[in-house]
Design a protein around this ligand. Structure first.
Ligand SMILES: *Cc1c(COP(=O)(O)O)cnc(C)c1O
Ligand SMILES: [Zn+2]
Length: 415
């Protein structure tokens, strides 16, 4: 036996087609070579699963749920991503009219302050296991930052392709890690189409294109963490922002797998998807009762969610509907107010996507989607300093005073 054959290092699991059910050795493709159906990782059904106690003894990262991540052997990169705080938010619960509210706080995700660290942590291990020496992505912003940072740390070259109108703070946070950053004239959907072509041309691991089957599984860990952090219980409702629709579909999958494994009991949470009105193809499909998404042209300041043709739109609709949940879309003015409400009631400063989530939760409460006994989790996916221009500073009173006590005291007393 060669050393390679007994190497314990990470090996991606095989893939199976969601349409024709054909099995494939691990490969960098999201599409079945036989029928163009979607490829999904296959887990060994008889594999040994850990108990709650065994999980509790593992390091606080997303790898504590490794039996549900698509690898055999040991992961080699990004070992300390995940296990972000679940914060109780009583003042927000009052606003929502529910028994309890929580923030799943991925604004402090390690190392790049968005939930995209989770999907890149799994995708970069897939790239390693498949022998791909360069990683890349098509990004609405946060993925660019995560790919650049995780690749820098691993010592792997990265190509990051973004639409031309990306926020300067996000461009900077991606560029600083030394990634090759390319702005493409057009929108995210143009960048994504281009990356599908690049995947055929170069032997790259494009994390959300040809590594997508391995990438998406990282998002399931949000569900496992929520369940564990509630003391191995399930909330009754979860509100999640949606771009391509992967995160919400994978949260549904994660809750289902936690129940199947006997880690938690009870009903699956109702799932609610949040989008900005200026790019709400999934919510509009839910509202009109369609099974498929009609692509749209984005026009919103929530650029991290601005995907007009969501790759997992159909799956998101199915996950939401079968859970008994729904969707909500919010105007840009409401998402800005949502950022402020979230900050003022919970101490969490989120980017535009978090404003969408908070505003959507408030809208869902208003239209009667929550019950007084509900326990609602808001998945808040990225930090507010990434979109510093979303809430204009002139929305706040910022007096400039001398350092004389009399002047400052007069101001305080008249406030
Ligand atoms: C990418 C992203 C999402 C949604 O991700 P999908 O899996 O594409 O639906 C949500 N929030 C933020 C901040 C993101 O960057
Ligand atoms: Zn197939």
């Amino acid at each position: 036996m060669t050393l390679a054959a007994i190497d314990s290092s990470v090996r991606p699991v095989p893939l199976k087609c969601g349409h024709c059910a054909s099995l494939h050795e691990p490969l960098p493709s999201a599409i079945c070579p036989d029928c163009f159906g979607p490829l999904e990782p296959v887990y060994r059904p008889g594999r040994r699963l850990p108990t709650q106690a065994e999980i509790a003894r593992r390091p606080p990262s997303l790898w504590r749920y490794r039996e549900w991540l698509p690898f055999d052997g040991e992961p080699v990169h990004s070992l300390d991503t995940g296990f972000t705080p679940l914060l109780e938010a009583p003042r927000l619960a009052t606003r929502l009219g529910v028994a309890r509210a929580f923030i799943k706080n991925d604004t402090v995700s390690h190392p790049t302050l968005s939930f995209k660290d989770r999907v890149v942590a799994t995708a970069i291990n897939a790239a390693h296991g498949l022998g791909l020496g360069t990683v890349a992505c098509a990004s609405t912003g946060n993925l660019a930052i995560a790919v650049a940072a995780h690749a820098a740390r691993a010592g792997i070259p990265a190509w990051v392709l973004v639409p031309e109108d990306l926020e300067p703070a996000k461009l900077l946070a991606a560029a600083v890690h030394g990634a090759r950053l390319v702005r493409i004239r057009g929108r995210y959907d143009d960048v994504n189409r281009l990356c599908a072509q690049l995947a055929d041309r170069f032997a790259w691991g494009i994390v959300n294109v040809n590594l997508r089957p391995y990438y998406g599984e990282g998002s399931k860990t949000v569900a496992f963490e929520i369940a564990e952090q509630l003391g191995w219980r399930l909330p009754s409702a979860v509100v999640t922002p949606m771009a391509g629709g992967s995160l919400i579909s994978k949260i549904a999958k994660g809750f289902g797998e936690a129940i199947d494994a006997g880690l938690v009991e009870g009903d699956r949470p109702r799932l609610f998807g949040a989008q900005a009105s200026g790019c709400a193809p999934i919510v509009r499909a839910l509202e009109s009762g369609e099974d498929r998404v009609t692509p749209t042209t984005p026009n919103t300041i929530a650029r991290s969610l601005a995907i007009g043709a969501p790759a997992d739109g159909g799956r998101a609709i199915e996950a939401i509907r079968s859970s008994g949940g729904f969707g909500a879309r919010v105007a840009d003015a409401d998402l800005i107010a949502g950022i402020r409400t979230l900050a003022e009631t919970t101490g969490v400063f989120a980017e535009t996507a978090g404003g969408v989530t908070c505003a959507a939760a408030l809208a869902l409460a208003k239209t009667g989607w929550f019950r007084p006994d509900d326990e609602v989790v808001l998945v808040v996916t990225a930090h507010g300093l990434k979109t510093p221009d979303a809430v204009p500073l002139d929305a706040f009173e910022l007096p400039l005073l001398s350092s004389r006590l009399s002047e400052v005291a007069r101001h305080i007393e008249s406030a």
